[in-house]
Design a protein around this ligand. Structure first.
Ligand code: TXA
Ligand code: MG
Length: 331
């Protein structure tokens, strides 16, 4: 890898050296335009997108080839910025003061009117927030002037990337830019603690130890195995937003009394009771609209939402996964 300047082959992202201030400015512009930029943090390389832009966030899932819309960690440049997106209880406040900037992610209640896209939070009413302790991550956040959703910069199912050339091998052909800041310090992801319930709960082990966290909150963290509370892990159907209405999938026509969730060039039906995820058949646009569309149609009070077929390719796989979960019977 060269020491300065850019290396770019025909189909691949520019790998730029972090020492170049113009590169950081360019990264900021690309992110504000909705493009994906990979950058180092103190844990692993992150695949960043503007967390307030649903289509930019959708491109993360597309680039990673993720078959599910799991919620993403939103990175902010300081605790004050993070407080614009989430509501911090006393324990969350203490943990932020003790460990930020640093490799601890706090899952807290989403703030009302928060600009974070629903796709970044997986349609949940909580948000995962982290302030990274890495000069390049900090510089990128400031240049972008936006909160950044950033999962690890690797293809789904591959190991997390801890060097720029790992990112390039996995995602080089799919993203706009990779900022090379050398190897990452921790090499494992941030620890995740949820503070949205009565008691703090450990959601993921990571770079900050459980002992250190317990010393700050003054109590033991609940673990996945504790039966004292409903599990909050994001894979759990119960924790996801589920519309009150039933969903009828792969519907080719609408029945009387149903609302309609469409995709592609279909004739618009029954006015405000229909929503087209993307008239042009663009799956990125459809993914960005998905959670809002479900809420809007549900709010009309219909008993059932007829969902048009969505192609099971690319992001369509994750959209269909989410729709199947929303359609599943609930207790
Ligand atoms: O070290 C890290 O945290 C790296 C670097 C790049 O910062 N980022 C990272 O982000 O690992 P990500 O988006 O891959 O983390 C996603 C995980 C989810 O699988 C889930 O466990 C948790 O964060 N998560 C996110 N939002 C959540 C929420 N609202 N409720 C519960 N868990 C959530
Ligand atoms: Mg990962």
């Amino acid at each position: 890898m060269p020491n300065s300047g850019q290396s770019k082959s025909k189909d691949n992202a520019a790998v730029v050296q972090a020492a170049d201030p113009a590169a950081i400015e360019q990264a900021g512009r690309l992110l504000r335009d909705g493009a994906l930029v990979a950058f180092p943090t103190e844990t692993v390389y992150g695949l960043g997108a503007d967390a307030t832009n649903g289509q930019a966030v959708a491109r993360i899932f597309e680039a990673k080839g993720r078959p599910h819309f799991n919620p993403l960690i939103v990175h902010a440049h300081d605790a004050q910025a993070a407080a614009c997106y989430g509501v911090f209880n006393e324990s969350a406040q203490s943990l932020a003061e003790a460990f930020w900037p640093g490799p601890l992610t706090l899952v807290v209640a989403r703030r009302d009117g928060s600009p974070i896209s629903e796709l970044a939070t997986g349609g949940l009413n909580t948000v995962a927030l982290r302030v990274p302790d890495h000069p390049i991550a900090q510089a990128v956040l400031r240049a972008a002037d936006r909160p950044l959703a950033a999962p690890s910069a690797n293809r789904s199912g591959h190991v997390s990337a801890t060097r720029a050339d790992h990112v390039a091998a996995d995602l080089g052909a799919r993203i706009a830019m990779i900022i090379d800041g050398g190897g990452t310090r921790h090499g494992v992801e941030s620890t995740i603690v949820a503070l949205a319930g009565d008691q703090p709960r450990l959601l993921r082990l990571g770079a900050v130890t459980v002992d250190a966290i317990e010393a700050v909150v003054g109590e033991r963290l609940l673990r996945g195995t504790d039966a004292t509370e409903t599990p909050q892990s994001p894979g759990q159907l119960a924790s996801h937003y589920a519309p009150r209405a039933d969903l009828r999938l792969d519907a080719t026509h609408v029945r009387p009394g149903e609302a309609r969730l469409m995709f592609g060039s279909e004739a618009p039906a029954n006015g405000e009771r229909s929503f087209n995820l993307s008239e042009s058949g663009d799956l990125v646009e459809a993914a960005a609209n998905l959670f809002a569309a479900l809420r809007i149609l549900d709010a009309t009070g219909v008993k059932c939402i007829a969902v048009s077929p969505i192609p099971q390719v690319g992001l369509g796989e994750a959209i269909n996964d989410r729709l199947r979960r929303a359609a599943a019977p609930r207790s």
